[in-house]
Design a protein around this ligand. Structure first.
Ligand code: MSP
Length: 526
């Protein structure tokens, strides 16, 4: 098992305020939330950051269209993103906004340093510009996409600007060396190979200032330019922890750097795995430990897009949390999501299938069966396991192995593996009940001790599983703890001690209640 890291800093991308929250934002944030909760429970000092990316031409244009200031748009939409975090019970420790003075002041300092060191220099740039994406496209890429934006389909425009450039080309070799020396720096493997390919093709210096709009942070010393949104945005990862300003209260968080994980989507890999590390190298700041780029959710086998109007938006997400519960939604995100190299399909039938098989039939069923038997046969009291186990099952050994596996996988951000390791303990319980048949043993009063042992083993195993499952299923596992009369504080960081076999003392009273995960039946078609 890996040692528990002392501190654990995990970030989501900061989200554009010109978009409405949808599954993409919710997914990345949920993954980070599950990992953050798990690591807090393990006793790590966790800092989980999310926020909004508020500058740029798109926000300026929307403001002009709506006759309001860009700041008003940013305030309104950032508030919406922040409320979504609350609605979905995200446990982010801060919410950074790129229009906050704590951010802008430090970005100015950092860019001034880059100008001083010569890593940022003035020059002239001419190239194909994708207005929607606010980025220049190389000549080769422009030709490949028939001089249209691969994202919006709108024609690329030939633009010429005097710009400040970042000397990205100077970092190509150092980036290659770093990736070679730190195999876990870019994950998963397929994304690392993508970045390596891009590095081998050669890097060009990139313009990092704009003059065609004003909604941004001015370039220090040349107010006619604003800093490119991507450079501004990437710096949030260090401004939120006051890395460059000892006078800010945020500087108390400096010890969190370097971050353990920048979790992002695959489409923003170039910025996070090439531009950001190169900027950090130029500034003499350590690199994050891992840039983890997940793939995309598609819906019912089709890519989600504005034109198809098939985005899983907030109302759709809420229709799932209303029907199945927030934990069921989190479970699907955590265990079925595209953390690997391929996209994942959000199909309604798959959601129902996973819900019924894993949550209703496996976990919910085990909790109900065991609690009901303890109530029916032992007046709701957990009795000590004094008799030998009739199945001679190595519960302490088996659970310890699953616990270690679940923790180890979570350190690597293998959420599905971690949760399924925990669920294996519950599957063991269901199998053990089938073998030991406590409902038959209960018919013979002289076998009461044997029955007590069986039921103790079952409830104790479920208790241990519930600890590991809590980060994905916090509400339901807390409800289960309540039924068991346990007061557990996951913030207290004692997961490993609590997960040791035998922690549940006898004489606990188990109450029963409504099924934690009622089986889902599709309403009949009208
Ligand atoms: N502002 C930039 C990030 C700056 S970070 C320094 C940005 N913002 S965004 O609002 O567009 O981010 C959207 C997030 O949602 C990204 O992590 C992206 O990968 C994710 N998703 C968008 N659509 C998605 C899916 N269909 N599936 C999963 N996630 C996807 O980019």
């Amino acid at each position: 098992m890996n040692a528990v890291p002392r501190s654990f800093y995990i970030t989501t991308p900061i989200y554009y305020v010109n978009d409405k929250p949808h599954i993409g934002h919710v997914y990345t944030t949920t993954i980070c939330d599950v990992a953050a909760r798990f690591h807090r429970f393990l006793g790590c000092d966790v800092f989980f950051l999310t926020g909004t990316d508020e500058h740029g031409i798109k926000v300026e244009k929307s403001a002009t269209d709506q006759g309001v200031t860009p700041q008003e748009i940013a305030d309104r939409n950032a508030a919406e993103f922040e409320s979504v975090m609350g609605l979905l019970h995200m446990t982010n420790d801060d919410f950074i906004r790129t229009t906050q003075p704590r951010h802008t002041s430090q970005v100015t300092t950092l860019v001034a340093r880059l100008i001083d060191s010569g890593d940022v220099y003035p020059g002239e740039y001419e190239g194909w510009y994708d207005e929607g994406q606010e980025e220049y496209v190389t000549d080769t890429k422009a030709a490949e996409s028939d001089y249209k934006s691969p994202v919006s389909g709108k024609p690329l425009v030939k633009a010429k600007e005097r710009n400040y450039f970042f000397r990205l080309s100077a970092y190509q070799d150092r980036l290659l060396q770093h990736i070679d020396a730190c195999p876990g720096f870019i994950r998963p493997e397929a994304r690392k190979n993508e970045v390596l390919g891009r590095l081998r093709d050669g890097l060009q210096d990139i313009p990092i200032s704009r003059t065609n709009f004003t909604w941004g942070i001015p370039v220090p010393g040349d107010e006619s330019h604003v800093i490119y949104v991507w450079v501004d945005a990437l710096m949030n990862y260090v401004t939120a922890i006051g890395l460059v300003d000892a006078d800010l209260p945020e500087s108390a968080r400096r010890g969190y750097w370097p971050a353990q994980f920048h979790v992002i989507g695959k489409e923003i890999l170039f910025f996070h795995a090439i531009v950001w590390p190169a900027v950090l190298m130029a500034l003499g700041i350590k690199l994050p430990e891992c840039v983890y780029a997940h793939s995309f959710w598609i819906r019912e086998g089709r890519k989600m897009s504005k034109s198809l109007g098939n985005f899983i938006d907030l109302p759709t997400i809420q229709s799932y949390t209303d029907r199945f519960g927030l934990d069921a939604w989190r479970w699907f995100m955590a265990t079925q999501g595209p953390l690997g190299a391929t996209d994942a399909d959000f199909a309604h039938s798959k959601f129902v299938e996973v819900y019924n098989s894993e949550l209703a039939n496996t976990l919910g069923n085990a909790v109900n069966r065991v609690s009901n038997m303890i109530n029916r046969y032992q007046d709701g009291i957990v009795k000590p396991a004094v008799a030998p186990d009739p199945a001679d099952f190595d519960w302490p050994g088996r659970t310890a192995a699953h616990v270690a596996d679940s923790i180890d996988r979570m350190h690597k951000l293998d959420l599905s593996g971690s949760m399924h390791a925990a669920l294996s303990i519950v599957r063991d319980v269901n199998g053990y009940i089938d073998v030991t048949k406590p409902f038959s043993v209960a018919k013979e009063p002289e076998r009461a001790d044997e029955l007590a042992t069986i039921l103790y083993n079952c409830i104790e195993a479920i208790r241990i599983a519930s600890l590991l499952l809590w980060p994905a299923l916090p509400q339901k596992m807390e409800a289960f703890w309540q039924r068991l009369g346990l007061s557990i504080d996951p913030q207290a960081g004692s997961l490993t001690e609590l997960a040791a076999w035998g922690g549940l003392s006898a004489d606990h009273r188990v109450t029963t209640g409504d099924p934690l995960f009622p089986r889902w039946k599709e309403p009949e078609d009208e």
